[in-house]
Design a protein around this ligand. Structure first.
Ligand SMILES: NC(=O)C1=CN([C@@H]2O[C@H](COP(=O)(O)OP(=O)(O)OC[C@H]3O[C@@H](n4cnc5c(N)ncnc54)[C@H](OP(=O)(O)O)[C@@H]3O)[C@@H](O)[C@H]2O)C=CC1
Ligand SMILES: CC(=O)N[C@@H](CCC(=O)OP(=O)(O)O)C(=O)O
Length: 345
């Protein structure tokens, strides 16, 4: 299969090049860049000088549709929606790492992203690519909306318990923490070294674009509107996401019941690892890998279940999950090209 990566020089695109360069069934056919067209990838990223990659091509429709079977978009929101409709009309598969096709309602997208949405027709064609939840519809899909990083970590931790009905679905509070690579490679005041080193800060409180994405998925599961509280924090590390999730129990359950229900739920899912020993996962335990590790605590005093979920934001939170989705889409083994152990310490 021939793949084109758009936004190849950004962090998501860079990780796609690393994975696809070793994928047995995918060839990197073309890499597209907004600012570096005509340059060798190794001139932008010297650490990739051993990889045999094409010269960076300019961002235009002709280059995107030229010979590709699949196009990965690792571009800021607002870009892919301008190109994907034409590509899918030509029968080219697309996978979008941005938020352009995740929300089913144009009005909700415009409220949270604050720019024009893709058209309803094309939103209807998109499949939400949370691999462990949507395997059946991902198989054979032509357009995949890859989930956001915080929703990936949080939804994998919440979906089993929301499905059982053991909690009050409107009591959920997610405390999210992310490494700085989540903001992409571009330079900004809020992410430069002296602002982020030895500093922790909250951002986008009550305004984060991942809130409607998580609410949409959970509301669909229970067939009624769910609202949740989500807070995002930038912490001084390069990559990794940790979400601590609090929810009120409505049933009398033990920690053992919760853990065994999760073990059973993710029985055949190679990338979700459930802690059974009462410990909580940390970001380094998934660093550079496609795993999502989940641990649990029961606060019997306040009758709350507390779940801790970690991922690598650029892997399971972006490029890794995108490749996992292509594997599922094509009927290949889900782990193909993704058998990477975490880089610890
Ligand atoms: N980083 C993360 O952890 C995650 C990111 N995402 C999403 O994935 C997408 C990519 O993120 P990330 O790689 O971090 O972002 P980066 O900012 O690191 O990279 C963005 C890339 O998009 C290119 N680009 C920017 N504007 C345009 C444009 N108008 N037309 C074409 N290309 C353009 C840039 O090109 P050039 O360098 O040539 O200027 C760059 O290669 C975003 O939508 C992001 O929200 C999702 C989950 C996690
Ligand atoms: C540190 C940081 O800024 N992180 C970004 C993560 C964005 C992301 O995951 O992607 P989408 O915008 O495609 O949803 C944020 O919180 O908005």
């Amino acid at each position: 299969m021939k793949a084109t990566i758009v936004g190849a020089t950004g962090y998501g695109g860079l990780e796609l090049m690393r994975i696809l360069n070793n994928h047995p069934y995918i060839n990197i056919h073309s890499v597209v860049s907004n600012s570096y067209a005509g340059k060798d990838v190794k001139d932008v990223y010297p650490h990739l000088s051993g990889a045999n990659l094409p010269v960076l091509a300019a961002m235009n429709m002709e280059n995107l549709e030229d010979g590709a079977d699949i196009v990965f978009f690792a571009t800021p929101s607002g870009v892919s929606k301008e190109y994907i409709p034409q590509l899918i009309e030509k029968g080219i598969k697309c996978i979008d790492l941005s938020g352009d096709f995740r929300l089913t309602s144009p009005a909700v997208y415009e409220q949270w992203y604050m720019h024009p949405s893709a058209s309803q027709d094309y939103l209807n064609k998109a499949v939400y690519g949370l691999s462990e939840m949507n395997e059946k519809v991902i198989e054979g899909a032509q357009l995949i909306a890859n989930p956001g990083c915080f929703p990936t970590a949080s939804l994998l931790a919440m979906i089993p318990i929301v499905k059982t009905g053991w909690i009050d679905e409107n009591s959920i509070i997610i405390d999210g923490k992310t490494g700085v690579s989540g903001a992409g490679r571009g330079v900004s005041l809020g992410t430069h070294f002296s602002e982020t080193n030895e500093n922790v800060k909250a951002y986008k409180l009550g305004k984060h674009q991942h809130i409607p994405e998580m609410e949409q998925v959970l509301s669909d599961i229970v067939s009624k509107p769910i609202q949740l509280t989500f807070s995002s924090h930038l912490v001084p590390m390069t990559r990794g996401i940790l979400c601590t999730i609090y929810m009120k129990l409505t049933e009398t359950v033990t920690l053992e019941m919760v853990v065994s229900m999760y073990k059973e739920f993710y029985r055949n899912r190679p990338f979700v690892r459930i802690r059974t020993d009462g410990t909580y996962p940390s970001t380094k335990e998934v660093y550079g890998s496609n795993y999502c590790d989940i641990g649990f605590a029961l606060d019997v005093r306040t009758n709350q279940l507390i779940i801790v979920s970690v991922i690598d934001n650029v892997m399971k939170g972006a490029a890794g999950q995108a490749v996992q989705n292509v594997n599922i889409m094509m009927g290949w083994t889900e782990t193909t090209g993704l058998e990477l152990s975490p880089l610890y310490p």
